[in-house]
Design a protein around this ligand. Structure first.
Ligand code: BGC
Length: 520
């Protein structure tokens, strides 16, 4: 087709949107729900949240879940990724007491999604550990492997007949590294020496055990697929060629630590990470590595314990050697073990999420890296989103989605990566952890001051709806405008149209000026 800028994603490519329990549900004490670490943290550490808000009500999805399904269906989503609050199902975290009201809530949500033809993609754990389990050491106690797998068993027994895609954990790198290195997220514990690495091991084992239970008891009957979602910050060398080696090691820590044990042929920790941590620990005076090793049996349990790769991609950083006195931490500012610092790249665009500069090309690099290192596995993008201001006419988010989908298109068509789906974060505005409600990620806006919590479609949502309908990334203005006519938003003009419109205005002004000049 002459002049066509067609970039079509494959017909079987799936589009979705995501949320997480604490960020949208509210109902923090409703109907027998137990407390989670976030319920506790927001009330005891009010200053840790930028606008001193909390998720007590959030988007009130505990009561307004039908609205969530309605907007998901309005978009034409293939799947909706949401998370289950562990303490809503098991108030103490342990399986001796199952909260019937919690079960009904998720069961109704799943049924309604299925009725609308939307696949539920269920995350078992998205940062909201039951408080009782935290008081017993949480992710640093080896018993969490059993606590988590008992919880997984309960979920399978309740929902495996209807849920075919499961994500055990959301973002181990945030859960273990960021949480314990900063202490600024729930549970508010800062312990950089051992906690992140104990958490690394137990979290991976908990995932693998939950995977094996499904494989043994449910897979033949229900044919579902399980993975864990890794947050990947793509890392590029800062300036000098010598930073290349550092970037490679950085990726071993960022991606390899959570992927090599599961997706590599050899299994176990990435050898570079194992070596560096042992040497560093010995230098610090330990007589063992702070990164606990796996037994052969544990390695076997982990190897192959995922049916696809789930990746959350938001941003890219550059890495360079630390200067004297500089000390970064995983996963945002650097690494003491690598004596390296990470920075936002000068070539990335800023966003309202200060830690998340926008660099779509990093997504393609990430996808190709995963293929190169772990083979031809299916990859599902389980999160990708833009932190913006509370605007309805969100051109920048629209461009963000388009630019990232373009990189996905290139990864599929040029690099032959098996990307099977894309999930925008988030379906609607939600409680953004330390930022509270000060930034907006949603395809649908929510005015958090309004108790009705009405979901209002942003411009980007209607672009996304057109992409979903056609699988074409460069959708026509007409498609978007037909949609937004119904929503009473001003009409949209794509960049090229805007340029030609502004050219016309300039020419008319010029001619007008010449006319006045010569004939006055
Ligand atoms: C998390 C979400 C969060 C989003 C935007 C992801 O890392 O899974 O919970 O809201 O990033 O910051």
């Amino acid at each position: 087709m002459v002049g066509c800028s067609c970039q079509k994603l494959p017909q079987n490519f799936k589009f979705g949107a995501a949320t997480a329990a604490y960020q949208i549900e509210g109902g923090w004490k409703a109907d027998g729900k137990g407390k989670s670490v976030w319920d506790e943290f927001v009330h005891t550490h009010k200053d840790a949240i930028e606008d001193r808000t909390n998720g007590d009500v959030a988007a009130d999805s505990y009561h307004l879940w039908r609205e969530d399904v309605r907007i998901a269906s309005q978009l034409g989503l293939d799947h909706y990724r949401f998370s289950i609050s562990w303490s809503r199902i098991l108030p103490s975290g342990l399986p001796n007491n199952v909260n019937k009201a919690g079960v009904k809530y998720y069961s109704d949500l799943i049924d309604e999604l299925l009725r609308q033809g939307i696949e539920p993609v269920v995350t078992m754990y998205h940062f909201d550990l039951p408080l009782t389990l935290q008081s017993l050491g949480g992710w640093t106690n080896p018993l969490i492997v059993d606590w988590f797998s008992d919880y997984a068993k309960v979920l399978y027994s309740l929902f495996a007949d209807r849920v075919k895609t499961w994500i055990t954990m959301n973002e181990a790198v945030v859960l273990c590294d960021m949480i314990f290195n900063t202490g600024s997220l729930a549970p508010g514990i800062k312990e950089e020496e051992l906690a992140p690495f104990l958490c690394n091991k137990y979290l991976l084992l908990a995932h693998a055990k939950a995977y094996r239970i499904y494989e043994r008891e449910y897979k033949n009957k229900y044919h579902g697929r399980i993975s864990l979602a890794n947050n990947i910050i793509w890392i590029e060398p800062y300036k000098h060629p010598r930073d290349k080696e550092l970037a490679k090691l950085g990726l071993d820590f960022m991606i390899g630590r959570y992927s090599h044990p599961i997706y590599s042929k050899e299994g176990g920790w990435p050898p570079t990470v194992e070596k560096i941590l042992l040497e560093y620990s010995l230098k610090q005076g330990y007589n063992y590595s702070r990164l606990p090793s796996f037994t052969e049996e544990e390695k076997k349990l982990l190897k192959g314990s995922a049916d696809f790769y789930a990746v959350n991609y938001y941003t890219t950083y550059v890495i360079r050697p630390a200067k004297k006195g500089e000390r970064g931490f995983w996963f945002l500012t650097g690494s003491p073990e690598l004596d390296a610092m990470m920075e936002k790249p000068a070539y990335a665009e800023p966003s309202a999420g200060v830690i998340m500069p926008v660099y779509p090309k990093g997504l393609r690099q990430t996808l190709s890296y995963l293929k190169k290192n772990y083979g031809d596995i299916d990859i599902m993008i389980t999160e990708n989103g833009y932190a913006g201001k509370h605007q309805m006419y969100d051109h920048v988010r629209l461009k963000f989605i388009k630019d990232h989908l373009t990189e996905v298109y290139l990864a599929i068509n040029e690099d032959k990566v098996n990307v099977i789906g894309y999930t925008y974060w988030a379906l609607m505005d939600n409680f953004e952890w330390n930022s509270g409600y000060s930034v907006a990620f949603g395809l649908y806006a929510i005015n958090h001051d309004d108790p009705k919590k009405i979901r209002s479609p942003r411009l980007s949502s209607q672009y996304y709806a057109c992409v979903i309908k056609t699988h074409e990334i460069n959708v026509s203005d007409q498609c978007i405008n037909e949609n937004i006519d119904k929503l009473h938003l001003p009409h949209y003009h794509s960049f090229t149209n805007r340029i030609s419109a502004s050219k016309t205005v300039i020419v008319v002004l010029f001619l007008g000026f010449m006319y006045i000049y010569y004939y006055r």
